[in-house]
Design a protein around this ligand. Structure first.
Ligand code: GLV
Ligand code: MN
Ligand code: MN
Length: 418
């Protein structure tokens, strides 16, 4: 029988969740109060080890799959039934926050701990996942391991992704940190996937809502642009004879930023990573590589923006006397989550008397991949001033606990109680 306290199946422990988040945030803590835990670094390994230890303490059977995803499984009364799965990621941006990703993993763990405390066995098994390399900082493509799991990418593609300096691969780094598991990556039916996450935007906070029932996420295209000019002496090469790759790239970045304002609703366009060769104070740069991330909810408009971005870069390259190569590294269309999962989030929030509103995700998430193979939903909670991918990212213990409680209710509603 379910323990029902004012609509609660089993109360999550908000203090324990907060303590786990703060303990996890010590791994890779940055001077500015955030975390830097790049995927498959030694710090990522340390965060994985901590999570695996906590899973075992909570009685979960842990397996590591071929993409290094860590899966903690809580048996169900009907253990052959497809599991109800939750999770997010423990890797972070170089100067990231304490909550982006870690919240969804540790909220899943807290669901298990709360069910253990209440002595509740679900009918279907539950699985809590730390997805490998969600952020895509180091190996070019983000959300890659959940993408392999969901059949969006081949295993070989995922394992052979080079790092951005082209010195190693994702697969080799997985082996180096001891997380090259042998469990199959996906390929089995799952009942539903729910991911809890901070909103990473300002809407919930501004509107006084505690829970966002996420309807879907906007589409995204990521390009790498290589601009080639010619190196030369900074003191002797006259301005009129230069083919300065960084000047070409700078004009493109400015042009792409301006291009965004030609569309309604506005897309978001970001150049976030630059490599300058030879990167020397007194050499005219000969080659620049930079990333361009373009996102919009309307897939047709997104394609149009990308086409305009490409012809803009080609025109600006010609004007600057440099060559340009444009490679699409990865992309995905906008995703709509499953109406029943969205409704399960709304219903749980209502039962718990939490102010809830529907919301779209600007960010990408592992859930966007899972939506291809299973009914999927997400739960957003507010973050301070909407700030994320920033060391100052913050969220309140109360909101995080509320989102975790909604996660528990949605998962248990799906899994059933034995
Ligand atoms: C994930 O961090 C994203 O960039 O959407
Ligand atoms: Mn995230
Ligand atoms: Mn992120």
């Amino acid at each position: 029988m379910a323990v029902t306290v004012a609509g609660i199946t089993a109360p999550v422990n908000g203090d324990r969740l907060w303590r786990s988040l703060m303990d996890m945030a010590e791994i890779g803590a940055t001077a500015g109060g955030g975390v830097g835990r790049i995927a498959l670094s030694d710090l990522d390994k340390a965060s994985r080890d901590l999570f695996v230890g906590w899973c075992r303490e909570a009685g979960l059977a842990v397996r590591i799959d071929r993409m290094g995803n860590i899966i903690g499984r809580r048996a169900g009364a009907d253990d052959d039934a497809p599991p109800v799965v939750t999770g997010s990621h423990l890797d972070s941006q170089p100067l990231g926050g304490k909550f982006d990703g870690a919240y969804g993993v540790l909220a899943g763990l807290e669901v298990v701990r709360a069910l253990n405390d209440a002595g509740i066995t679900t009918r279907a098994p539950l699985e809590i996942v730390d997805w490998t390399d969600e952020e895509g900082v180091r190996f070019t493509a983000g959300v890659v391991a959940s993408g392999v799991y969901a059949g969006q990418f081949d295993l070989d593609y995922g394992l052979n992704l080079p790092d951005r300096e082209d010195t190693t691969t994702l697969g080799r780094e997985l082996a180096r940190i001891g997380y090259d598991g042998d469990a199959p990556c996906g390929g089995y039916p799952i009942s539903a996937f729910f991911e809890a996450h901070i909103e990473q935007g300002p809407i919930l906070e501004r509107e006084g809502a505690v829970i966002g029932a996420v309807l879907g996420a906007q589409g995204r295209r990521c390009h790498t642009i290589t601009v080639t000019g010619e190196e030369g002496h900074a003191g002797t090469l006259p301005m009129t004879l230069r083919r300065d790759a960084l000047v070409g790239a700078a004009r493109m970045i400015d042009g792409l930023n301006r291009l965004a304002f030609d569309f309604d609703p506005l897309p978001v366009i970001t150049a976030g990573y630059l490599q300058v060769r030879p990167n020397s104070r007194n050499t005219v740069p000969g080659r620049v590589t930079f990333s361009v991330d373009i996102r919009h909810p309307d897939n047709a408009l997104l394609a149009d923006i990308c086409a305009r971005a490409e012809s803009l870069c080609r025109r600006l390259a010609e004007e600057a006397g440099v060559a340009v190569e444009i490679a699409e590294m990865f992309g995905r269309d906008s995703v709509a989550f499953d109406p029943d999962c969205v409704e399960a989030v709304r219903a749980a929030a209502k039962r718990l008397d939490l102010v809830c509103r529907d919301i779209h995700s600007g960010a990408g998430h592992d859930a966007c991949n899972l939506a291809h193979i299973a009914p999927t939903g997400m739960i957003f909670v507010p973050c301070k001033d909407g700030i994320s991918h920033n060391e100052r990212e913050a969220a309140t213990p109360g909101d995080l606990a509320a989102g975790c409680q909604v996660l528990l209710e949605a998962m248990v509603a799906r899994a059933g109680i034995a």
